[in-house]
Design a binder for this molecule. Structure first.
Ligand code: COA
Length: 146
């Protein structure tokens, strides 16, 4: 094992109550205005479901979903912090979220073109997506292209 890059055991939980806002650092890469860690925690708590990847008490990846409870779910956010990417964490978060909504009619998400193959390999298929964004949103959440 490379002592500079020790292999750490990643654990997964769907309970955001174990998190403190200060453990949510390094997310929303490339966003013009990022949600604060406190807002990020609020997003996770208010979601119908979320899965977190933890390295000790540090959150290194997350996925969240919004849902009506029995029919449909949509995934607004999935992110793994850069130094933990390419280790299967994103794949595991998607797998767990799909399992959380097993039996539902559908689960949708919007992604950039470059990530479409990533999702296709994990069971999603392409469709046309339409989005609306509030450029004046006071919470500071904006798309990277705004
Ligand atoms: C996309 C993301 C969640 C993947 O997490 P991860 O833990 O690295 O994923 P895994 O290790 O399970 O799998 C790595 C796969 O992601 C692909 N990938 C990662 N970043 C990519 C990018 N920018 N463009 C295309 N593919 C990408 C890799 O090519 C690899 O694909 P393969 O396994 O099908 O060959 C992570 O790269 C990330 O957080 N990116 C920034 C935020 C983002 O784009 N989120 C998705 C919003 S829709």
């Amino acid at each position: 094992m490379d002592p500079a890059n020790p292999i750490r055991l990643i654990s997964y939980t769907n309970d955001p109550s174990c998190l403190k806002a200060e453990t949510l650092n390094g997310f929303f890469e490339g966003w013009v205005q990022k949600p604060t860690p406190e807002q990020h925690l609020e997003i996770l708590r208010n979601s119908a479901a979320c899965w977190l990847a933890l390295d000790g008490s540090r959150c290194v990846g997350f996925i969240n979903a919004i849902s009506d409870g029995f029919f449909y779910a949509t995934v607004p956010l999935l992110e793994v912090i850069p130094e933990y990417r390419g280790k299967g964490i994103g794949t595991e978060l998607i797998r767990r979220m799909r399992q959380s909504f097993e039996g539902f009619y559908g689960m949708d998400l919007i992604c950039d073109e470059n990530l479409a193959p990533f999702y296709e390999k994990r069971g999603f298929f392409r469709a046309v997506g339409m989005i609306w964004r509030n450029d004046g949103f006071g919470g500071g959440v904006q798309t990277p292209t705004d």
